[in-house]
Design a binder for this molecule. Structure first.
Ligand code: NFS
Ligand code: SF4
Length: 654
């Protein structure tokens, strides 16, 4: 029992540890930290991928006695088929998100959805130019309509033609590669349907064919993400540097506190607006106003664009309610633990679902409607105000933990920062620093929390180790929130953790930007939500163009230190296909088939240049990421020297 108590504290976040300690044994509801313990030991068949439930003859588990499924499926088929299904879940989720953004953009272009508008014409024009859409003398709404038509076609195309979006946003070398192995998606929904059919019982048994399908699904996922990011920028603005705060100390007992949780800025932007408008009504109740704060990726969206503080990330969403100071938690789509409802019932907190695809028994439901967005957002706030009146002071315990955050680094914003040093060719500031050896590489820190690891520990250790070794860090998703909460998204962290090369690089940027930015730059650049991994990959593409190489040559890695969701599987898979070494800090269910595992870890490199690295220890993880970056640096240099010496073009191999 003593051991069990100790293990319950699976977090390095002091706010989380405080809430766990303060509430232990006090309330009837458990949390993910308890349920994780109750779940041990977890099934090793599922854990390694050799459990099949695709048909109801199953579950078929591969054992010494039963070396194949009842239908004769080999473990490699089972593992590969499960992988495709996981990637599919992620792709469908991002497609849902991207489609909603597209449909809203179409409404806006047609003059419906009066509460939304085109906020960022610069982004609108950039997209129009990318797709060769004429804009001289045209109304912005007509331009948007044309862009949306291309997006919607990429969701629904049935004529088998290639995606139109993808070839515009990645290198032609990658497109060629994808055509060669037939993984260039035609449409997102078409790919989802195909892959579902291909993985039905008695369909594809070939693990290689299935793995290629998983990659095609992952590329369809990428298109959905890129569309979601691009159209959200048009509707809500492309993020610029912004200062805010993070962790549970942002809760203010004097305010009506509304936690906005999920992924969709279409809802959260409106809640933030309504909360500002309805300040007076909160004051009438004796509160100083209404404070919104974010959890998970919608939190990232409104942090990046509105400066709204971060409350917490995925694993600790229930604990936010256990502070007793959250009046309402309004949720939209994805990563919402059903457990929040049971916790909320121990407090005055209202859980409010808003989307037809996400309902929780016992929770309030406000049927959000783009056409009546403000009215619906006000309805949500009314519920929060009602809850505020029922708050019980004795249950409130807000950990005094928060850190300053400098966020808002869309690719456009990041390039603006570089432009202060080199206005003609901003990205060269970064590639020069790599070629000179000042920086050892770039690493995208992405992904979720997963209680198989100690909450946030992998995130923090890996970032600190990489920073010490002069790797420039960009982050998204719950990883970025781990850094926000722990104080790594500010300039103090540069002094504390950066190696000499990274410090010199940051100093140069700070010096050049001193009249342009009010704040010094952070150790880790927050690029946004998980769909904004598309921004991080756009950066890699820009670097590849500048270096005149394909992406597998760029010293740029990704790490998902605590990957959890199917979306993370889809993202990791496209990152590999698009040429990144991808570290994952939780071993995904592949080792049950050494063949499929080997494809992910090695063969992928031969075909695409990207590959996976599984490593659960954070220090070892950092070492492996550094080794991957060093190898690329070394090859890049050797190839450049050879090309110079023999006056030839740069070698195409990686
Ligand atoms: Ni990404 Fe964002 Fe967090 Fe993971 Fe969930 S919130 S979309 S999936 S858990 S990072
Ligand atoms: Fe078992 Fe084959 Fe059915 Fe899977 S598809 S559950 S391996 S019989």
């Amino acid at each position: 029992m003593a051991e069990k108590k100790k293990n319950r504290n699976r977090s390095v976040d002091p706010a989380v540890l405080e809430v766990l300690a303060e509430t232990e044994g006090k309330y009837s509801s458990d949390t993910a930290y308890d349920r994780f313990l109750n779940m041990q030991p977890q099934c090793s068949y599922g854990d390694t991928g050799i459990c099949c439930t695709i048909c109801i003859q199953g579950p078929c588990r591969i054992t010494k006695k039963a070396s194949k499924g009842i239908c004769g499926a080999h473990p490699y088929t089972i593992v590969a088929r499960n992988l495709v299904r996981h990637a599919l879940g992620g792709c469908a989720a991002h497609a849902d998100h991207g489609l909603h953004a597209s449909l809203l953009a179409r409404e806006v272009s047609e003059g419906h959805a009066p509460d939304y508008t085109i906020t960022d014409t610069k982004k609108l024009y950039a997209l129009a130019d990318m797709f060769d859409i004429p804009r001289e003398g045209r109304d912005n709404r007509d331009i948007l309509k044309d862009i949306v038509a291309i997006a919607l076609e990429d969701f629904n195309r049935l004529d088998g033609q290639d995606s139109k979006w993808l070839p515009k946003v990645i290198l032609p070398e990658r497109i060629e590669k994808f055509k060669e192995c037939d993984i260039l998606p035609s449409s997102i929904h078409g790919t989802i349907a195909d892959a579902m059919a291909q993985t039905h019982a008695g369909m594809d048994a070939d693990p290689v064919n299935l793995v290629f399908k998983a990659l095609k699904v992952a590329l369809a996922d990428y298109i959905g993400e890129h569309i979601a990011t691009s159209l959200s920028d048009v509707l809500f603005g492309t993020p610029k540097p912004v200062v805010s705060e993070a962790n549970m100390g942002v809760l203010d007992p004097d305010y009506v506190n509304i936690a906005v949780h999920g992924h969709n800025p279409i809802l959260s932007e409106m809640i933030v607006k309504a909360a500002r408008d309805m300040k007076g009504e909160a004051e009438k109740l004796g509160a100083k106003g209404i404070k919104c704060m974010g959890i998970c990726c919608t939190g990232n969206e409104i942090l990046m664009r509105q400066g709204v503080p971060i409350l917490t990330n995925f694993s600790s969403q229930e604990l936010a309610i256990m502070t007793g100071a959250v009046d309402a938690m309004v949720v939209d789509i994805q990563c919402i633990m059903p457990g929040i409802q049971a916790v909320s019932e121990c407090f005055h907190t209202r859980v409010i679902t808003t989307m037809p695809s996400v309902k929780i028994p016992g929770a309030y439901h406000v049927d959000f409607d783009d056409a009546r967005a403000m009215e619906k957002a006000r309805e949500v706030i009314e519920i929060a105000l009602g809850a505020y009146k029922e708050r019980s002071k004795e249950k409130i315990n807000i950990p005094n933990v928060k850190n300053k955050v400098v966020a808002g680094f869309s690719l456009e914003a990041l390039l603006d920062v570089f432009a202060a040093v080199n206005p003609d060719n901003p990205v060269q500031v970064l590639t020069d620093a790599l070629l000179s050896g000042e920086l050892r590489g770039v690493c995208l820190l992405a992904g979720c929390n997963n209680l198989k690891r100690v909450h946030d520990e992998n995130h923090l250790v890996i970032a600190q180790e990489l920073a010490k070794n002069n790797v420039l860090l960009v982050a998204t998703g719950c990883a970025a929130q781990a850094y926000a909460k722990a104080g790594l998204l500010n300039a103090d962290a540069v002094d504390k953790y950066a190696g000499d090369g990274l410090k010199a690089f940051m100093n140069r940027l700070n010096e050049a930007n001193k009249d342009r930015l009010n704040e010094k730059l952070p150790l880790v650049f927050h690029m946004g939500s998980c769909v904004d991994n598309s921004r991080a990959y756009d950066l890699m593409t820009a670097m590849a163009k500048e270096l005149q190489v394909d992406t597998p040559k760029v010293p740029y890695a990704a790490s998902a230190p605590e990957a959890m969701s199917e979306k993370a599987i889809a993202i990791g898979s496209w990152a590999v296909a698009l040429g990144m070494p991808v570290h994952v800090g939780v071993v995904p269910p592949l080792p049950g088939s050494p063949l499929v595992d080997g494809i992910a870890l090695q063969i992928a490199h031969d075909v695409y240049g990207g590959y996976f690295i599984w490593e659960t220890d954070p220090f070892e993880s950092a070492k492996k990421i550094l080794a991957a970056l060093d190898e690329r640096n070394w090859k890049l240099r050797v190839h450049r020297q050879a090309a110079e010496k023999y006056e030839t073009t740069l070698s195409k191999t990686w």
